[in-house]
Write a protein that binds this ligand. Structure first.
Ligand SMILES: Nc1nc2c(c(=O)[nH]1)N[C@H]1C(S)=C(S)[C@@H](COP(=O)(O)O)O[C@H]1N2
Ligand SMILES: [Mo]
Length: 428
């Protein structure tokens, strides 16, 4: 190792000098200082280079290094009476790419996260099927498997922002979302195993899905969706689901509100109508201006948010090159385009998608600008493959009034001040 350093030290130093010089012109302060006095982090032998590091097996299951211990889920205490029936939020302001690590993916429980062993797991399919069936976990593993990346967004995400800017951070305004690669069996496969002849005409049939937790979180799903892209999933991002996300088996209902993604899935009943359960009547319906409520608003419409800069991720480097980044998604398909505005929606610039949008999965966008150091009203606006464009708050309120909680997909504004700090403000 030392011979490599000695051998290449000179040329590497020359390269670094060149890089710093090039950087100085564009990026200013920090890099210019580095070009001046010697940097002890480079010139002095550091502790980490004078001893040995941890051997393998120091952490049989690795966790993030302690310097990243602020990248965690957080809840908002006053939102719910206790943490048993509550929600916390993904630290989207601190993540990049699109895959949400399970360990910081938001949780939403109605009666707490239960501990259910694979050995104790049973999944029943009953109702209008040819043969009612019960599967063990081991049975599920013997059906053909698929892998798909999908986002799961709670319908209440951004629900506190209807009346005005309220929560100060992308984690809190938009963090009821995660995006994982699921491995599992299609619901269609299991329904066909039980046989749907007994159900007759499938066009008016439903399935009722419920979990093994005390809340059961039962929801009705039209048969058309059940036979389309719904997954009975047992792995997320390659490993077993975490307890809090429904271990050992959860339902994945792509593009549809998180409430339907039943965790600890225990029963699927084929029915000739919807159940109209608590979770689809008193909750997860959208009350309009005139006091009536819309039901069956399952799809999560196109939405986006700038994750950095944002209140929890201020600009700390001053004027010059700035990477603006964020997330966009649509429950109706792939994101095709994201625009960014720095002046509260008067002018828009098309951002760069990190890769082509994938159906019902998060897209990462970037816009690299040369920030002049003056205040910005940062917004992003998503377009999806159906041609739908994310609405402003005013546009959404015209249709929905102010009595709604769920399905707020309006354009978000961050007021980025000259000092780089950002605040949640309303520009409608
Ligand atoms: N069995 C069961 N399934 C459930 C819930 C629940 O409380 N119990 N909460 C639902 C709600 S409202 C949401 S938004 C998602 C959240 O999934 P997560 O906890 O994996 O983020 O799970 C859904 N599935
Ligand atoms: Mo939810």
């Amino acid at each position: 190792m030392s011979s490599e350093t000695n051998g290449k030290g000179a040329s590497r130093r020359a390269f670094l000098k060149g890089a710093v010089a090039a950087g100085t012109a564009a990026a200013g302060a920090t890099m210019a200082r580095a070009a001046g006095e010697p940097d002890p982090l480079i010139t002095e032998v550091q502790d980490w280079a004078s001893g040995l590091g941890d051997g393998v097996d120091a952490t049989p299951y690795g966790l993030p290094i302690r310097f990243e211990d602020d990248v965690v889920r957080r809840n908002v205490e006053w939102l719910t009476a206790d943490t048993i029936s509550s929600i916390n939020f993904t630290p989207i302001h601190a993540l990049d790419g699109t895959i949400t690590p399970q360990g910081c993916a938001f949780e939403r429980h109605h009666s707490g996260a239960i501990e259910l062993k694979k050995e104790d797991y049973r999944l029943m399919i009953n109702g209008l099927v040819d043969t009612p069936l019960i599967f063990t976990y081991a049975d599920l593993e013997r059906f053909p498997r698929e892998n798909h990346v999908y986002f799961c967004e709670c319908a209440a995400n951004t629900g506190m922002e209807w009346a005005g800017a309220q929560l100060n951070g992308a984690q809190f305004t938009h963090g009821m979302i995660h995006n994982m690669e699921y491995s599992g069996v299609t619901l269609r496969t299991l329904l066909e195993e039980a046989g749907l002849t007994a159900a007759g005409d499938l066009s008016d049939k439903w399935v009722y899905v419920e979990g093994a937790d005390a809340s059961s979180n039962g929801r009705s799903i039209p048969m058309e969706k059940a036979l389309d892209d719904v997954l009975v999933a047992f792995k997320a991002n390659g490993e077993a689901l975490r307890k809090e996300h429904g271990y050992p088996v959860r339902l994945v209902v792509p593009g549809w509100e998180g409430n339907m993604w039943v965790k600890w899935l225990r029963r699927i009943e084929v029915m000739d109508g919807p159940v109209e359960s608590r979770e689809e009547t008193s909750k997860y319906t959208d009350t309009l201006e005139d006091g009536t409520s819309r039901k069956w608003t399952w799809v999560m419409d196109a939405k986006s948010v700038v994750t950095s800069p944002s209140p929890q991720s201020p600009i700390t480097h001053g004027a010059g090159p700035l990477v603006i980044t964020g997330l966009a998604w649509s429950g109706r398909g792939a994101i095709t385009r994201v625009d960014v505005s720095t002046d509260g929606g008067m002018n828009w610039t098309q951002a760069r998608l990190a890769k082509e949008g994938e159906t019902k999965a998060l897209s990462r966008f970037y816009l690299e600008i040369d920030w002049d150091g003056s205040e910005m009203f940062l917004q992003s606006r998503a377009h999806d493959e159906t041609g739908y464009v994310q609405p402003t708050k005013t546009e959404l309120r015209e249709v929905r009034g102010l009595n709604s909680i769920y399905h707020n997909n309006c354009i978000q504004t961050w007021w980025v001040k000259a000092n780089g700090e950002a605040e949640n403000v309303e520009v409608s």
